[in-house]
Design a protein around this ligand. Structure first.
Ligand SMILES: [Zn+2]
Length: 546
């Protein structure tokens, strides 16, 4: 037996599998758990007495968009401070690799402002080169990457609103195979965003057949999460069935405008599982999102230069056409656009509008009243004046659906956020992203401790062994000898998410401080202490390859 480097003693151990806690000690050597034993029995070079706090596997965030922000902040501040030790990236169809010379500019445009940060070098071209760039500078947490369908399309055919030619499709399949060989865990799609929304179902089935050869999975931001949610869930299930891959339906809360509550989409998942198809779901617990206002425009104009978008919105004829397109929603737009088409202007609160600062903190309904104008006109004017910099908080999810999803055994917990930090570029200007700072502590605080929607062990299972199993990470997400020592020590009495304020919002937005949560006292990644009250600066994270 090796001499343990670290022993966590006197903990209430939650093994991650859904079992109730037990008193115990945990010994760690060479990155792994080597022994789990009765309390007070283990000795090691460093003994940390956790004094009755909970000891659980590090949380695995199965749905994030940290692809570039982790390069800007390799300390992974907002993630690791909430006890998260692994981020899955490449979600909603988008990954920063592969990159083609012909469409590098499209790729940079897709990612926006962060593309120009010095840490984002764009020196990589292949998926493997990107993963190597991630690893080479060190990481505080582990990263597991998905290949992105939109990224494949961008590399081959840019933002074109059409089907690929046979030769383009062959190139996409070859790039996907290359990504899978480099260690991608599967393929993600984002079927409400350009260019993913331009793809038909058959295209995705054929790509997933490549994924099947490598035993990967299919994850999807489905084709509409409101009026068409049941059709979209059915499409995702069909893709998995016909291609022979497991399906993960991403952040599957119905958004405002959906005709049913979440039991309806979950029923489709249950039926598929009853037939023997492996389909699971994730969700985050926030009712709002703060995208650019321009994200609600029809997808086929979103990739145009911002001056061109402004020109279209200034011409009364094209402005009217765009309004009609938004209201008809024939090609389902992303979730928040439901508030536009259903006239829920009181639920849209301006967060950033650099050229029209007087609008910040007000809803579009209020602005329309003040200006004696129509809300749609105000919405378009704000885009004309601020371009993509106009951002608003859209309150578009009913919390009742969040509870329904939380309680379902096939649903795991994700943030849908990204690595952020309350300093530097990632806080300039501060994005509204409570999920990035407070998702996991917030679940433990609000849905376990304050109101028992979930038992503690069930909440931990949904944050640890369940997402690990989904990604085939069978030696993570559990506390048992042989598993990698990704561990979080927390105090349920003190746990407090300091980033989430629930609707209705109050201005000024200093009410949404980007503060780290309380009560997450130690975080270990591969056996190295990354959080001990503060971030230790350690970068023991690994790029995990499938
Ligand atoms: Zn998404």
């Amino acid at each position: 037996m090796q001499d343990p480097e670290i022993v966590l003693t006197n903990g209430k151990i939650l093994d991650g599998c859904g079992n109730p806690w037990f008193w115990g000690d945990l010994a760690i050597a060479q990155g792994r758990i080597i022994e789990v034993a009765p309390p007070g029995t283990l000795r090691g070079r460093r003994v940390i007495d956790v004094g009755g706090r909970y000891v659980a596997p590090g949380f695995i965030d199965i749905h994030t968009h940290s692809d570039l922000s982790i390069l800007v902040n390799r300390r992974a501040e907002s993630a690791v401070r909430q006890g998260v030790t692994t981020h899955v990236i490449g979600n909603c169809g988008m990954a920063p690799a592969p990159v083609s010379e012909a469409h590098l500019a499209d790729m940079r445009q897709y990612w926006g402002r962060i593309s120009d940060q010095p840490e984002v070098t764009w020196e990589w071209r292949t998926f493997d080169e990107y993963l190597c760039a991630l690893q080479s500078g060190g990481l505080a947490i582990h990263i597991a990457a998905l290949a992105g369908h939109a990224a494949l399309r961008l590399a081959v055919m840019g933002f074109d609103d059409r089907a690929p030619t046979p030769s383009e499709f062959d190139q996409m399949k070859a790039l996907l195979a290359e990504a899978m060989e480099a260690g991608a865990f599967g393929l993600s799609t984002g079927l409400v965003y350009p260019p993913g929304c331009f793809a038909g179902t058959e295209e995705i089935i054929d790509l997933c057949k490549v994924v099947a050869r490598y035993h990967g999975l299919y994850t999807s931001h489905i084709r509409g999460e409101r009026e068409t949610i049941l059709d979209a869930v059915a499409e995702a299930i069909r893709i998995g069935r016909e291609a022979g891959v497991p399906v993960q339906i991403s952040h599957n809360a119905p958004k405002f405008g959906a005709p049913h509550d979440a039991t309806a989409n979950l029923r489709l998942v249950e039926e598929a599982r009853a037939r023997g198809q492996d389909v699971t779901v994730d969700n985050d617990v926030h009712t709002d999102l703060a995208p650019a206002l321009s994200g609600g425009l029809p997808q086929h104009i979103q990739d145009r230069p911002v001056t061109e978008i402004a020109a279209l919105l200034q011409n009364p004829d094209t402005r009217r056409q765009i309004r009609d397109e938004i209201v008809s929603d024939k090609r389902p737009a992303f979730g928040p656009a439901g508030l536009l088409r259903h006239g829920q202007w009181h639920r849209i609160t301006l967060l950033h509008a650099p050229q029209t600062p007087g609008a910040v903190g007000k809803t579009i309904e209020t602005l329309a009243r003040e200006q004696g104008s129509e809300p749609f006109e105000v919405y378009f004017d704000l885009i004309v004046q601020n371009g993509h910099d106009a951002e608003a908080i859209f309150d578009y999810i009913d919390e009742a659906n969040i509870r329904i999803l939380l309680r379902h055994p096939a649903v795991m917990i994700c943030s849908d956020g990204q690595v952020l930090a309350p300093y530097g570029f990632l806080n300039d200007p501060p994005p509204y992203s409570p999920c990035s700072y407070g998702e996991f502590p917030g679940v433990l605080e609000r849905y376990v401790r304050d109101e028992p929607v979930l038992t503690l062990q069930e909440a931990i299972r949904k944050m640890t062994s369940f997402p690990a199993q989904r990604f085939g990470l069978m030696d993570r997400g559990v506390l048992r000898p042989g598993a990698w020592a990704d561990v979080v020590v927390f105090d349920l009495e003190r746990i407090h998410d300091r980033a989430t304020n629930l609707y209705p919002h109050t201005y000024p937005f200093e009410n949404y401080p980007h503060n780290y949560p309380e009560g997450i006292d130690y975080v270990l990644v591969n056996g190295a202490v990354v959080v001990e009250g503060e971030h230790t600066g350690a970068l023991p994270g690994q790029v995990l390859r499938h």
